[in-house]
Design a protein around this ligand. Structure first.
Ligand code: ATP
Length: 609
């Protein structure tokens, strides 16, 4: 047991005013094994999470208690009646990633965020915080969600330029001034209920009426003001038009719209400076007949912008369609890049998306893959229907095939380069369906030629193994963790970081852990799956496999080859329910080493969250 953490928690509970009967923390019992709401790390040496919502805490947080939990990553004290100012000693919680203090009675100003470089989720909504939003919020550069709604915050909104920020709520405060440009990408509703806030530099805040003095000015002065205002307005309008024009021009260079499809070619967007000595390098078995010129002149459509650059769907003259990824910030020299491409280009496996060709010059680095018309599993799971594209229905059998294929693909990748190759970026948007509708892995090994490792965007953050956040280094064990998250995504239909119908935004792994721990429940499964009969047993087996992949300690995770066998076993073990793809499964005598979900988790304590 972590002795010091235990003492800190005992001091906290002794000094905070509370009436809850469910908190029976006793000196005699194990903090990691029996204390409600406490989450420990893998070897039970530190407390890393505290989940105490609705515990009827009153009054201020006793100083120098929780702040001693220096390994704390997750803290939820939401829905209590805690008052007083924000605990200033929380700055000592340097490892904090999620902070949930919503629905309390905190008052006073918001804290300085500089100390929390790892914060990704902050919810301080529905309190009585006042004063302004500190510009130091931007220091939490991994922030994914920030909710400060329903407080009494005033003053201007600082420029919160955090690329990973996906969820923001500043509504129902007393904020004034103009919404900074960095936040104008959010819907206007996130700023609603701030009566003196304006979204543009031209619109005048509703309450800032012109001074009454003007009414008392003489006519000549009034005329002067009107003419001046007109001139100013004209200048502003002219500036606006120029601004819009150049912005639209830039946008068109970077992100061609579908409607411009015919006009756009990769060549037009490229710098145009192609070294004659550089050519598109094809790999064996690639029967695509095109050269760089063809590729660059093909009409292109943006598929999306990822961590490593923008991916285009390029339609060549001969009606071949390929996916071209234009890499930005390649960190390696040409030789090293080529070595990596050759390594990847020679991987040939039905569950690995083949690298067809690559191109390297000073100004341009491209990788070419087959185009998958059905889209990625991410698009199939979370995409909206009715956007001009019919989405494949992901029934349970299809999901099983996706899981089997993806696991086999990763297992194969892990055998390459003397068993040392790491994928490094496993997630649903990098998994496609091959012609047999099995999962197929794309984007292999790019992580190693691109650097520095970019800050996790929301989509990537949820897949990243906990140790990678510290070490910045992906391993085969971290691939297994990411694959486990992907399995959970297939089972739950939820994104790795998602909102739970209102208040809280949670990491999928934590959410599944908490649901499973609280009571064995079918609640985790995607409602879409519930309509298929007799699959619950199989889903539970898949859940157990997923949970074994997402354990905190990398050494305790299974090898992906074993995971692949376990996933294959799911259907085989349930005789009589033969899948159409049964014949393609190799026979394996491996014992099914699935740990018991109830017993196996990142910690062994009970969590209420
Ligand atoms: N070969 C392909 N066929 C069809 N769609 C693709 C292909 N490659 C990528 N895409 C889609 O294009 C979009 C952008 O892909 P990209 O790989 O650039 O980013 P990402 O997968 O979102 O993130 P990352 O760069 O971290 O892999 C994604 O929606 C992806 O699913």
């Amino acid at each position: 047991d972590p002795v010091e953490d235990k003492q800190a928690l005992l001091d906290f509970i002794e000094h905070i005013d509370h009436h809850s009967s469910s908190l029976k923390w006793s000196k005699e019992t194990s903090v990691c094994r029996t204390w409600i709401g406490v989450e420990c790390n893998g070897d039970n040496s530190r407390v890393i999470g505290l989940h105490l919502p609705g515990m009827e805490f009153h009054g201020p947080i006793p100083p120098n208690t929780l702040s001693r939990l220096s390994a704390l990553e997750f803290l939820s004290l939401r829905s209590n009646s805690i008052s007083g100012s924000f605990p200033s000693d929380f700055v000592e919680l340097e490892n904090l990633t999620s902070l949930h203090l919503q629905f309390n009675q905190f008052s006073g100003s918001l804290p300085d965020f500089s100390a929390w470089g790892n914060l990704s989720i902050v919810d301080l909504s529905n309190n009585g915080f006042n004063g302004s939003i500190p510009p130091s919020v931007s220091k939490s550069s991994h922030l994914v969600a920030l909710n400060l709604s329903n407080n009494s915050l005033s003053g201007d909104i600082p420029d919160i330029n955090i690329t990973s920020l996906q969820q923001l709520d500043l509504s129902n405060n007393k904020l004034t001034g103009i919404i900074p440009e960095s936040l104008q990408r959010f819907p206007i509703s996130v700023f609603s209920g701030n009566t003196n806030l304006s979204s543009s530099t031209i619109a005048r805040p509703p309450n800032s009426q012109p001074s009454r003095k003007a009414n008392r000015l003489g006519e000549p002065a009034l005329l002067g003001i009107i003419i001046g205002a007109c001139v100013l307005l004209c200048v502003l309008i002219a500036l606006l038009i120029i601004c819009c024009h150049s912005r639209r021009r830039n946008q068109r260079r970077e992100l061609p719209e579908n409607t411009q499809k015919k006009e756009i070619s990769l060549k037009k967007m490229a710098s145009g400076n192609h070294d004659k000595n550089n050519r598109l390098v094809f790999f064996e078995g690639c029967n695509l007949a095109f050269d760089l010129e063809d590729l660059l002149s093909a009409s292109a459509e943006v598929l999306g912008k990822g961590t490593f650059g923008v991916t285009y769907k390029a339609a060549l003259e001969d009606s071949t369609t390929v996916a071209v990824k234009r890499l930005k910030e390649v960190a390696t020299a040409k030789r090293e890049f080529e070595q990596q491409m050759v390594l990847i280009g020679h991987i040939s496996h039905e569950n690995v998306s083949a690298l067809r060709a690559y191109y390297y010059s000073k100004d341009e680095k491209l990788v070419v893959h087959d185009y998958y018309g059905l889209g990625s599993v991410s698009a199939l799971l979370h995409g909206k229907r009715g956007e001009g594209r019919t989405l494949l229905v992901l029934d349970w059998e299809t999901r099983l095939k996706i899981a089997i294929g993806a696991a086999r693909g990763i297992a194969y990748i892990h055998t390459q380069a003397n068993g040392k190759l790491v994928h490094g970026n496993i997630k649903a948007s990098n998994i496609f369906l091959n012609s047999e509708r099995y999962g197929c892995i794309s984007d292999i090994g790019l992580a190693s030629v691109m650097s520095p490792m970019p800050p996790p965007v929301m989509r990537a953050a949820g897949y990243r193994a906990p140790e990678v956040t510290d070490t910045r280094k992906t391993t085969q064990a971290s691939d297994v963790y990411s694959f486990g998250v992907f399995l959970l995504e297939l089972l739950t239909g939820r994104s790795p970081i998602h909102a739970t119908g209102g208040e809280e935004i949670v990491h999928l792994v934590r959410w599944v852990h908490s649901v499973v721990r609280e009571e064995w429940t079918a609640e985790v499964f995607d409602v879409e799956l519930l309509r298929y009969p007799n699959i619950e047993e199989e889903m539970v087996e898949m859940l157990q496999i997923a949970m074994s992949c997402v354990v905190r300690v990398p050494e305790q995770r299974p090898k992906i080859a074993d995971v692949a066998k376990m996933v294959e076993e799911i259907r085989r073990a349930n005789n009589g329910k033969q899948l159409s793809f049964e014949s393609t499964l190799e026979t394996s005598g491996s014992a099914n080493k699935i740990p018991n979900v109830g017993a196996e988790t990142t910690s062994s304590s009970t969590v209420t969250q």
